[in-house]
Design a protein around this ligand. Structure first.
Ligand SMILES: C[S@@+](CC[C@H](N)C(=O)[O-])C[C@H]1O[C@@H](n2cnc3c(N)ncnc32)[C@H](O)[C@@H]1O
Length: 213
């Protein structure tokens, strides 16, 4: 792991116990609604296996479990031990039998078989090299598999986007994220059936895309 990753890992260990509250505040109270909207975008077959990379304290898992077909296997990956400890506590508390959390650097995650879907929820801009992370996600997807992303990506097509972008950059200074437009450009150039929806006046963007067959 490079030095940026190690300091990132320490930062998330420290933030783990207050993460859900911080996410609620920073999303202007919209976090749970955004998680539900992300979960609505799944297009996966019964019996699928999906992974959330940078799952944190399993914040999005309750929304996923409400919307995905039963018997979907969900793997949550995070390199923060504290985040995974909270995620495992929730797993035991709510008896999420088909959900498994693993504490590791996402670049080391090597699933036994290619995945039906990979999710980055508020995680891609938290990773120092988001394009490298995207390439990793695409490499573990099966042909036709789905990539789903919820994150803050600067937009510039509506009159209010400059205001949303100012809020996004201010927020990113507090949480240490790195919003960048190249995420959307990379997806548009390398995946198919790309659907993009802006949320909360463009502060968040929801992207669904598929790996070519
Ligand atoms: C902003 S949190 C997002 C948490 C959760 N997905 C959510 O929706 O709220 C980003 C998470 O990504 C994790 N992360 C960052 N880089 C990672 C890496 N290289 N491997 C695994 N996890 C990573 C951090 O530990 C942190 O828990």
């Amino acid at each position: 792991m490079d030095v940026r990753q190690i300091s990132n890992q320490r930062k998330y260990d420290l933030a783990a116990s207050s993460y859900d509250f911080i996410a609620y505040l920073m999303s202007l109270g919209q976090a749970n609604r955004l998680y539900d909207e992300l979960a609505d975008c799944f297009n996966i077959p019964p019996g699928a296996t999906i992974a959330e990379l940078g799952c944190g304290p399993a914040s999005v898992i309750p929304s996923l479990l409400k919307k995905i077909p039963s018997k979907t296997t969900v793997i949550g990956i995070d390199f923060s031990e504290q985040m995974i400890a909270i995620a495992n506590h929730k797993k035991d508390q709510y008896q999420w039998d088909d959900v498994h959390f693993e504490c590791m650097d996402m670049y080391e995650f090597a699933p036994e078989k290619e995945l039906d879907a990979v999710v980055f929820c508020l995680a891609l801009t938290a990773i120092p090299d988001s394009i490298k992370a995207l390439k990793k996600a695409i490499s573990i997807l099966k042909p036709g598999g789905q990539l789903l992303i919820l994150d803050s990506i600067p937009l510039n097509s509506r009159w209010y986007h400059p205001f949303a972008n100012i809020y996004m950059y201010a927020k990113s200074m507090i949480v240490g994220a790195k919003p960048n437009r190249s995420i959307l450009d990379y997806i548009t150039n390398n995946l198919v059936n790309v659907a993009v929806k802006e949320r909360v006046f463009g502060v968040y963007t929801l992207i669904s895309a598929f790996k070519q067959n």
